[in-house]
Design a protein around this ligand. Structure first.
Ligand code: BES
Ligand code: MN
Ligand code: ZN
Length: 503
């Protein structure tokens, strides 16, 4: 979908459908909606008086072939109460509008920016959210479907603004929204891809392709190089599978100095059977998405390369299958991570933390000044959060606050779980420096506690997205299947760090 911003009058803009809006309780629309209402001879006001348009959040009323309009369809989008309206609402409404208008005969849409008028929201933030939401809402994974009656793509979204002096600023903001949404959509594509199509090798190739397209530096370590680095924890998971492991590094240098201002580390299990501690059959197909963390950090790097914040960022993605092959770890095995710490493997299904341990060590070795890791780590995340948001854990309140702000700006809810020292005991082992599972509950926190020794005291946030990586229904910016969670928060964080270091 092609998104552009033009100077013009929405009432006279030609498109297969135009989109205007209405706040709840407004009986006589003003602004651009008012202009369209006048062009239609007061039709919108009459339909409001009739009670068919109330402006409620989520309401989408389509007026067919209204006389007086340049477009054959006018969609009135309810914005809800103006006191409850924000940029996150703009993004969600934009996504839902695209879905509502996805039908044969509609290829081009023209819209006004919701909320920047009487809504009083920041014009650039609104324009970005509008473009971002449109692309996020337009996403579908149809690659393996031979037949789909509605597969025709939306061709264009035109954002119409009367004031020509605003166009440059709005175009830049729309561009940011497009870049960020395309990153989330790339992560969705990778996570939706079945594991027989997306092996560790293919995932590494996808990272390589992205690096070529966006000017990132890319290094792929193969199994021999991983072993040579002493990454015994990552290798212990990889040895259960015939598919060779790959360790992906993508680097972006927009700042000054050595090392990296930020490392993004993502779990890349292209399929998680559980290994010898094998999972039950029910819903195991969802484990094709156990590489969502890797997909997210890779995709985020593509956007960072295009948006060019003034920071150095490295992404690291340990990619392997977790299979119960002949070389697989057995419960009770002890392995040694790159930093020399020994790990007793109690449950081979707690494999994410094993591959992340070595990846975090590498981030430290590469000079990461702050680290964010993202992983579909524990089913317990769902027990805690449902799918309304995801838990985060940290060793640094100030750094975590930045990530929280970055997530909130993306419309993603996060909640901090405690990292009390009492939990340290949960992973004490009799035979090694630590074991890979606890026994007393708090499974999500135990996952973070396991990872903590590998970040070497650097400011660090752990995002457990196991509760939101695959979702059953589309809603606002969220897509069905792979959701795209965590990608935009990481991009926002890199951009925010760039603003601070640039000052
Ligand atoms: N990939 C799973 C976690 C998961 C579960 C992600 C459901 C998405 C949906 C992870 O590797 C895992 O198996 N975790 C175990 C940890 C346990 C053995 C300590 C779990 O949550 O059961
Ligand atoms: Mn597992
Ligand atoms: Zn897993």
């Amino acid at each position: 979908m092609d998104v552009r911003v033009i100077t013009g009058d929405i009432a006279t803009t030609k498109a297969d459908a135009i989109v205007v809006n209405l706040f709840e309780g407004v009986t006589s629309p003003g602004g651009a909606t008012g202009a369209v209402d006048r062009a239609l001879g007061g039709l919108i006001s009459r339909v409001i008086a009739q009670g068919d348009i109330r402006g409620k959040r989520g309401e989408l009323v389509l007026l067919h072939a209204p006389a007086g309009a340049a477009a054959p369809r006018v969609l009135v989008a309810g914005l809800g109460k103006s006191t409850e309206f924000d940029v996150n609402a703009v993004r969600d409404i934009s996504a839902n509008v695209i879905r509502r208008l996805r039908q044969p005969g509609i290829r081009s849409i023209a819209t006004i920016t919701h909320g920047a008028g009487i809504g009083g929201l920041d014009l650039e933030a609104c324009t970005r959210a509008l473009a971002e939401g449109a692309l996020l809402g337009d996403y579908r994974f149809l690659r393996h479907k031979k037949e789909d009656p509605e597969r025709a793509e939306m061709e264009s979204l035109t954002i119409v603004e009367q004031d020509g002096s605003r166009i440059t600023r709005m175009s830049e903001a729309a561009h940011t929204g497009i870049v960020v949404a395309e990153a989330a959509n790339l992560a969705r594509d990778l996570a939706n891809e079945p594991s027989n199509h997306l092996t560790p090798t293919r995932l590494a190739e996808a990272a390589q392709r992205l690096a070529r397209e966006s000017g990132l530096e890319c290094e792929i370590l193969d199994a021999a190089a991983i072993a040579a680095k002493g990454m015994g924890s990552l290798m212990s998971v990889a040895r259960g599978s015939h598919e060779p492991a790959k360790l992906v590094r993508l680097s972006y240098r927009g700042g000054s100095g050595d090392g990296y201002d930020l490392a993004l580390v993502g779990k890349g299990i292209t399929f998680d059977t559980g290994g010898i501690s094998i999972k039950p059959a029910a819903n195991m197909e969802a484990m094709k998405a156990d590489m969502t963390g890797a997909a997210s950090v890779i995709a985020a790097m593509g956007a960072i390369a295009r948006l060019k914040p003034k920071v150095n960022v490295v992404a690291i993605a340990p990619c392997t299958e977790n299979m119960p092959g002949g070389g697989a770890s057995k419960p009770g095995d002890v392995v040694t991570a790159m930093n020399g710490r020994t790990i007793e493997i109690i449950n081979t299904d707690a494999e994410g933390r094993l591959v992340l341990a070595d990846a975090l060590c590498w981030a430290v070795e590469l000079g990461a000044k702050a680290i964010v890791d993202v992983a579909t780590l524990t089913g317990a995340a769902t027990t805690i959060m449902g799918d309304a948001g995801f838990p985060i854990m940290t060793n640094d309140d100030a750094f975590c606050a930045k990530l929280e702000a970055a997530a909130a700006a993306a419309g993603e809810k996060t909640w901090r779980l405690p990292m009390w020292k009492e939990y340290d005991d949960y992973i004490k082992s009799d035979v090694a420096d630590q074991k890979n599972t606890g026994t007393k509950g708090a499974g999500t926190i135990v996952g973070a506690k396991f990872l903590e020794p590998f970040v070497d005291g650097r400011p660090w946030v752990h995002m457990d997205i196991a509760c939101v990586d695959m979702l059953p229904a589309e809603n606002g910016w969220i897509s069905k299947g792979a959701s795209g969670y965590s990608v935009r928060p990481m991009i926002n964080l890199a951009m925010a760090l760039g603003d601070t270091t640039a000052r």
